[in-house]
Design a protein around this ligand. Sequence first.
Ligand SMILES: *[C@@H]1O[C@H](CO)[C@@H](O)[C@H](O)[C@H]1NC(C)=O
Ligand SMILES: *[C@@H]1O[C@H](CO)[C@@H](O)[C@H](O)[C@H]1NC(C)=O
Length: 198
Amino acid sequence: MLLNKLLASLSAFSLVAANTITFVSLDEHNRTIFSKHKIKCTNDDHGICNDVSLADIAPVDVPGLAQINVELPSGWEGNFYSVPGGTPDRTGMLAEIRSQGFENGSYYDVSALENPNDNVGVKQFWPAHDPNAEVSGCIQFPCPYTYYHPNDLQTKPATWSDKFYCTLGNADLSKNPHLAQWHMVYDHETKKWAPLSA
Ligand SMILES: *[C@@H]1O[C@H](CO)[C@@H](O)[C@H](O)[C@H]1NC(C)=O
Ligand SMILES: *[C@@H]1O[C@H](CO)[C@@H](O)[C@H](O)[C@H]1NC(C)=O
């Protein structure tokens, strides 16, 4: 009896979402985050797409200057973008993720391929708890750390972190200087990314 209970709670535990993206709003504008899962096909040969195991993550509201966690199941692959609160779904600057992919690593980038003119949405995207991780995206677009063309090699090395940060919008540092901790900058001396201020 006890063992059954233990097993039941273990299997329930294994279904718990494996990844978290914390969306960090840097301005006062309300937004909704939409996602599109990648269609994964197991039977490309015959043009038939068999794998429908992934689903879009439900839209999430991120109020101005708030931080909201979004959970993704292990192995989820797709992208996230924001629209101004109360406006319809339309694609934007994309935070793309392939979680628990090759060798269980997760791959991520910011892509301007679908809407390079979105300057008020997704900005920077990076793994938490991974001091060597690179940061994708820009504080202000364009910058060299975003994927602009299908042949750009902007996909960052894999991370084994299961927690990510994604910033949204444009911080007014004169009004909110503490938000500089969410502006990630590359230090050419240490060759590492670090917050503009701690
Ligand atoms: C932003 O969202 C909050 C609730 O999350 C709401 O109270 C507020 O009115 C919204 N602001 C605008 C400008 O829509
Ligand atoms: C893969 O990564 C996930 C999330 O970090 C972890 O829960 C799982 O145990 C890992 N699997 C293997 C085979 O390492």
